[in-house]
Design a protein around this ligand. Sequence first.
Ligand code: BGC
Length: 425
Amino acid sequence: MKNISKNGFPENFDWGAAFASYQVSGCKNSNWSDWEHSEKRKNDLEESGELKKHSLSNFLCGDACKHDKRFVSDFNLVKKLGHNSLRTGSEPGKIMPKKGVIDKKEIARIVKMVKHLNKLGIKIYWNLWHWTIPTWWQEEGGWESPHAIEYFTLYTNAVVNALAPLGVTHWITLNETNVFGKLSYEYGAWPPQLSDHARYEVVNDALVQAHIAAYKIIKKVCPQSFVGVAHALGHNEMTEATAEQREWKEKEDEAWSRHFLEKIKDYQDFVGINHYRGSLFGGRPVTITNDLDWDMYPRAIYDTIMDVWKWYGKPIVITENGCADDEDSRRPWFLWETLKWIQKAIEDGVPVLGYLHWSLMDNFEWAYGFWPRFGLIEIDRENNLKRIPRKSAYLYRDIIRYGLTDKVAKKYSDIIAYPQNKKIV
Ligand code: BGC
């Protein structure tokens, strides 16, 4: 490895966290907010028993953590926690409140955000779309509308022309088109709750076009930019190289990982990996799970990186990785082990350029609502949304400073040990 800094990772490695505008600030003018407030959603929550476990307010995003209003102190905290990078983004429903209209005030606000990050010397990965679109656009059919690309182009032009001149070079056009497509159009779980493969394909194609259009706009405005998507990727692991398992892996890789990525492969400078878990042929027998019962298997990030590198040969950024862990009892271990595997991938020759932990702060976890806690920073919802960094945040700060060293391991030995809550899943 060349140019290694004292923390054992490459110099210029991007260290930070990620969040999505909707999840920390909300947006009334959006398909998600409309869905949350619909009668159908309320009835479904009642019928499924969710309202016995959580109050209705858990499922209503509102203005979430009010990050829009508190971004100055939030960014100052990011700096204090030692991050040099941040993945944040804009909200289509705020930038385009009405059809064909760009809100200058909202543009001015995101300009202020970027200027403050610039002042702090924090590198930005700007995310354009993280699942939400304005109400008026959804009413026209959302991504199935024949005008979808036109609307996305208008929005992208406005944001890119405002932020690129301020030095924003790193862009994520679309977040997890795979999760969005499957859950919203095939599994009937997320708005607009459809189970229709043909319509899923229409939406997938529209998102391919949207990405390519945005890629071209960004390159035109800022030729030295670095553009990619953030995609939900996990390793599909075989236990034996049998024909049956090979077939399983190929099918899973295609359906989840490559279906979209293959179509945009000539229009990406990096691949953004959002990684939470891997899957093992036949299921993983014993594992540690997070509060959502997702298995925690740090090695899977290494194998995922290797798959993606083999498929596309492009630099990689970990654009999301983390866990729901209210007590912060497993996150430190998970973070430590995950970073070890990323370091190994780098040592094995893969250009992994950065790690952006999900999430900076506890936020609105989509259909689950507020209860799953993914933040390096706890949000105290009973106490005026007070920001309280968890122990993991300090561990992460010290890893960024010193690396995965014995000294850091010793300092945090009580929290990075292998968690005891093993569970059969
Ligand atoms: C999404 C995030 C989400 C996270 C954890 C990812 O699929 O991009 O928005 O909060 O998973 O659920």
